[in-house]
Design a protein around this ligand. Sequence first.
Ligand code: TXA
Ligand code: MG
Length: 352
Amino acid sequence: MQTRLLKIDRCNQKTADLSAACELLRKGELVAFPTETVYGLGGNACDASASARIYAAKGRPSDNPLIVHIAHKEDLSVVGRDVSEGAKKLADAFWPGPLTIIVNRADIIPKETTGGLDSVAVRMPSDIIANRLIDESGLFIAAPSANASGRPSTTRAEHCMEDLDGRIPMVIDGGPVKIGLESTIVDMSGDKPLILRPGFITKEELEKVIPGIEFDPAVIARVKNENIIAKAPGMKYRHYAPKGELTIYEGDAELVIKTINEKTAELKALGKKTAVLATEESKDLYTADYVASLGRRTDEAEIAVHLFEQLRNFDEIGADCIFAESFPQGGIGSAIMNRLMKAAGYRIITLN
Ligand code: TXA
Ligand code: MG
């Protein structure tokens, strides 16, 4: 299959022609498209065979449910059933935007889309291309992140092409995304509101709307714990990992730099290609073969937007061993550390 790259100029996105993409979606085909968080791999959420295509294109296990994207808030009660007041409050406070709300599934959404679950994850993106695509296609769009299963999520159309070229008919190129981490997921389908995946919308912000909301215990686990089963099926899979071995170092900043430089010297002597995931403040102090900066420590959003791209770069340069600095928990830091810990397979070393 030839994958068409449809370039959209961000300056003219309000008028860009999305009809070819809408046509493909209506035929049950797949289109990768930008959202404010990461690129999504979209298909008709009401069409079980389109969902099957999504799982096949990503190489994703079909028990891992997809997020259903809508263009209008009212549609939460069309794709969902018995939607609680709390869920509606969250939609009013944060939509359109990077928040996914889990509610009871309405019959219009087939079980194939929700990995067999009776709940459904729903999101109304703020990105104008995403919003127009959903609206103009006249569909609800099921979309996981547009990466091959297990790889870092895609924040640019080039990454979608790396993973999906030849597997889907179209990628819409809307340039780099704004946020760079997937949406915060909140489960409002049970008795107790739970954050299943931390994201750009923080626990602190959610608490203002839903007092007492908590993290799913699997989200805050510091070690891989087989006894804690993540409520979001996708959170249990190995994810984001570069091919090289990634280890996080935390503790006193100077000691972290010194220790990483010692380790890289040892590994270089063994002929290994070394890399460091650093920040603007520290990048010039490392002696590894390749040093990536995520941005300034003072700006968590900047760190977040570069994370997946830099994880991909480590594969590009063929790094054998990668060392990462750590980031404080709380705010967006919780989401950054959640993705980094998964990428590192929970290998974190505390120095003091
Ligand atoms: O920002 C995002 O959320 C992006 C863009 C494209 O919208 N999408 C995304 O989808 O990250 P995906 O499929 O990569 O991640 C969805 C996560 C998975 O961990 C999945 O297990 C969980 O949401 N999920 C989906 N439906 C669920 C449900 N009904 N109950 C529990 N977890 C659910
Ligand atoms: Mg994903």
